[in-house]
Design a protein around this ligand. Structure first.
Ligand code: NCD
Length: 292
């Protein structure tokens, strides 16, 4: 295992498979307290519901303790740099720092100022490695073998760290990734198959991963209303019909824009399984980085 987990590129195929196996073992049995006497600090500069609580629950499930730095009351608001913030937390002997930040590269930058492992909980549009791993686990639990399976990633791909990290791991595990988005949301630098029309690929994919429109990362609105967007890209029960396709979404879901209410209730929609699996993945990551 690498010292830090900043991007999926830090992980070899062997690391990925070992993390998935360890996560499955946590799903199947009560874990040991492998983080007993360990203290982990979470520093989230961007909002989060799932990732923050999932990491904190993962620490506690392994018997560790968590300190959450409250950014709204921290000294970054008094002009302290994030490197100094991290160096100070590190000086208090924390065993790992989990960071989320709006700037791409934040985790990588901090890694130079600390001695403990840094885990990236999402940096700008750059990377979200634990999300890609939990998405992979969710698909693996459903299909067993991912080789040759096809996944369409639908939505605001260019601004999505979930897409970037997912594309890397899914491709390395032998899946075919198809990018479905209007031109202004497409990834420009990609060699993958791309289309603007979801109906073109609907009969050949095994998985659809819907993404939220990342309005907070748009400098100006370059598209019509979200309703216009939804009319072409919302994953509806009408669109999916009886097809044998599973639906993923990292959350937060914009209901009836990303996925409609009916499809969210369907057993093929794995959104809450992803959330459950996220805890097992983060337990595996924490154990492997801290106890190696
Ligand atoms: C995503 C994120 O923050 O990158 N959510 C998550 O971590 N589960 C996706 C999003 O915000 O749309």
């Amino acid at each position: 295992m690498p010292k830090h987990l900043i991007s999926t590129n830090d992980l070899s195929i062997n690391d990925i498979n070992e993390i998935l196996d360890e996560a499955i073992s946590y799903k199947n049995a009560i874990p040991n307290n492998t983080l007993e006497n360990k203290l982990i600090t979470t520093i989230f500069f961007e909002n989060s519901t799932r990732t923050l609580s999932s990491f904190e629950i993962a620490v506690k499930r392994l018997g560790g303790k968590v300190v959450r730095l409250d950014i709204s009351k921290s000294s970054t608001l008094k002009g302290e740099t994030i490197a100094d913030t991290a160096a100070n937390i590190n000086a208090m002997n924390t065993d790992a720092i989990i960071i989320r930040h709006q700037s791409a590269g934040a985790g990588n930058y901090l890694a130079k100022y600390v001695t403990c492992p840094i885990i990236n909980g999402g940096d700008g549009a750059h990377a979200h490695p634990t999300q890609a791993l939990l998405d992979t686990l969710t698909m693996k639990l459903h299909f067993k073998n991912l080789e040759g399976k096809k996944i369409a990633i639908v939505g605001d791909i260019v601004n999505s760290r979930v897409a970037t990290s997912g594309i890397d791991i899914f491709s390395r595990l032998g899946m075919e990734v198809i990018l479905v988005a209007p031109p202004h949301f497409q990834s420009i630098s990609n060699k993958l198959r791309q289309t603007t029309n979801i109906k073109e690929i609907i009969d050949e994919v095994d998985v659809i991963m819907s993404l939220r429109t990342q309005t907070e990362r748009h400098n100006n609105q370059i598209y019509g209303s979200l309703k216009d967007y939804a009319s072409r890209y919302c994953i509806t029960k009408d669109l999916i019909g009886n097809r044998n396709i599973i639906i993923l979404h990292p959350g937060p879901v914009h209901r009836n824009i990303d996925i409609d209410d009916e499809m969210l209730k369907d057993s093929r929609c794995k959104v809450l399984s992803q959330v459950s699996n996220g805890v097992y993945i983060r337990m595996a990551i924490l154990n492997r980085l801290i106890n190696q």
